[in-house]
Design a protein around this ligand. Sequence first.
Ligand SMILES: Cc1cc2nc3c(=O)[nH]c(=O)nc-3n(C[C@H](O)[C@H](O)[C@H](O)COP(=O)(O)OP(=O)(O)OC[C@H]3O[C@@H](n4cnc5c(N)ncnc54)[C@H](O)[C@@H]3O)c2cc1C
Ligand code: FES
Length: 337
Amino acid sequence: MTHRAAIIFRDGLTQFIQVEQNEKLLDAAFRHGIQLPLDCREGVCATCRGFCESGTIEMEYVDDEALSASEREQGYMLACQTTLTSPGSFYFDVDSSICNISQQHYRGQVSALTLLSDTVATLEITLEEGQPELHYLPGQYARIQIPGSKETRAYSYASASAQSAVVRFLVRLLPSGVMSDYLRQRCRVGDSIDFTAPFGAFYLREVKRPLLFVAGGTGLSAFLSMLESLAEQSDVQQPIALYYGVNRESEISEVERLDSLAERLGNFSYQVVVSDPGSAWQGKKGWVTQALESHLFQQPFDAYLCGPPPMIEATCSWLSSQPVAEHKVYFERFVSS
Ligand SMILES: Cc1cc2nc3c(=O)[nH]c(=O)nc-3n(C[C@H](O)[C@H](O)[C@H](O)COP(=O)(O)OP(=O)(O)OC[C@H]3O[C@@H](n4cnc5c(N)ncnc54)[C@H](O)[C@@H]3O)c2cc1C
Ligand code: FES
């Protein structure tokens, strides 16, 4: 029996490998051409130290000097001593370049383009035959090369992370921009399109406590990927609350998908918050942080924030100023390339 493992590096690059039963993670990584740092191979030096983000593992010998009992409890592990008893993901605090890793390149074709409003589009890409298998963690992103230019832009996957030849992205259209102009003016179904992937340290960790998701605009994309991936699992019981902030009603996207996810995931609810609504808007108004209520976050929880930097900063300062329970914050800023 083999288990799939995601190896995530400090620079966000991620590689997926298959680990055989009883095979050490370090050896499996080597077999796949990934040279994780190592020295003693005996569980003593801690050079191969990483962090188990999800999954279950067993470790053979771990010297107390290499990892304390409390570090082991937190999830730290030694790759040279670790075998997997389930699929898992592992973070190593080193850059991919020193592990002999290069980015994976993909070629696909635009299989659908939908302009949801004058400022938001969904782009669907279907991989050409013969491409390498596409793997990513929900929340990660790809760098898409914009046809007709040498420019690339980062876009978070908006589809479930289960291996598939079809991927979707939710893209904000600026009044003028390299990708925005391509999508609005030139993009046609059938266009060839290249991208590299996967990237990003913003991905869904093992769900062990309630989740707060805060999306600004097309930051929703990463949450669509996370929610779709969760809906494909049957064992997620923790409550999930999504707050989705936009400037105007015309920017609200993918509500049907959110409604269907709420049906599939009985523990998921969402609220749309519009900062500059028209007079007909009946829902929540204001900045997304104004809709958050501290009394709902009295149990330890994990917060995931995705979208424009000002929204992320505002949410982080709300979380640190309010009487909420202990929590971890993960975020992805949509900075311009
Ligand atoms: C990790 C990561 C993930 C991302 N994921 C997504 C995603 O899923 N969906 C998505 O829509 N975007 C996402 N972005 C942003 C995206 O990569 C592009 O920056 C954005 O789409 C603009 O590209 P463009 O080529 O149309 O404009 P550009 O040619 O890059 O920019 C045109 C002009 O607009 C300015 N500009 C760029 N971005 C903004 C902005 N947000 N607000 C105001 N002005 C801006 C630029 O400074 C420039 O002057 C992500 C960014 C990062 C770093
Ligand atoms: S290589 Fe020394 S502890 Fe793993």
